[in-house]
Design a protein around this ligand. Structure first.
Ligand code: ZN
Length: 249
């Protein structure tokens, strides 16, 4: 009887394991602390839940997320070179080809990790997402943290204040922003601006009506470009830009 119960318990645990979020952590040059490992798994589960909601699916629950994490910067740098990635980021990146997150274990590595993990989920759900959406959601997740066994997400006042400043200086034109191609993300001097504006778009939509993100994603999946996707929900990009200005100013 005892053996039978044990077996049932074992089957149940294996089943949960089989259905649960799969995070493979490849640690280079160190051993991840148990607490960090558990936090990463909880954060991955949280992101999976959000992506399930956005894409109306359950597939993210069982998605394999592979994370290579390097203690030494030299090892991280070598990995960048081996994957053929120019060193765009000194802290981490996601390789869609290898379906792997690469992170240098710097003091704030968890922020990088949740950001890059988001790219992993996004690419599993949409092969070619617009950059503002992909980065906006990834930056949104940067403020995720685990406290007392609970995942919480906070706002990022530094980014929203920067957006307010840019708006006051007349530097944000969403009609143009939604039309930018990936080349706009190669300029290091405006990268912060790009991340802040992308984040602020996602933040505004999530704060006012989270369902709208789903509708925009649905339109993008139909093949609409960003402008048409925004139009399909707000009527025009101008109407959205007005909402945006009122929200942040
Ligand atoms: Zn990113």
């Amino acid at each position: 009887m005892k053996a039978c119960c044990l077996f049932s318990l074992f089957s149940l645990l294996s089943l949960q394991n089989l259905l649960g979020q799969k995070v493979v952590l490849n640690e280079a040059g160190f051993r991840m602390e148990e607490k960090d490992r558990n936090d990463i798994e909880m954060l991955a589960q949280y992101e999976a839940m959000i992506y399930n909601g956005l894409f109306n699916t359950r597939k993210n629950d069982s998605l394999l997320i592979t994370i290579n994490i390097y203690k030494k910067f030299s090892d991280y740098k070598k990995a960048c070179q081996e994957t053929g990635y120019p060193m765009l980021s000194r802290t981490g990146f996601y390789s869609p080809g290898l379906r792997t997150v690469f992170v240098y274990k710097h003091p704030g590595f968890m922020v990088t990790l949740v950001h890059e993990m988001s790219h992993s989920f996004m690419r599993h759900n949409m092969s070619n997402p617009p950059r503002w959406l992909n980065e906006g959601i990834a930056v949104f997740f940067e403020s995720l943290s685990v406290e007392n066994g609970q995942v919480s997400v906070t706002t990022q006042p530094g980014r929203t204040a920067a957006v307010k400043r840019e708006l006051n200086e007349g530097n944000i034109h969403l009609e143009d922003f939604f039309r930018l191609d990936d080349g706009a993300w190669q300029n290091k001097s405006t990268l912060d601006y790009m991340y802040n504006v992308s984040y602020s778009i996602i933040f505004l939509i999530t704060k006012t009506n989270p369902d709208i993100t789903k509708r925009i994603i649905l339109a993008l999946k139909k093949g609409y470009d960003s402008t048409r996707a925004i139009e399909s929900v707000y009527g025009s990009v101008g109407a959205f830009a007005l909402k945006y200005r009122l929200f942040y100013q």
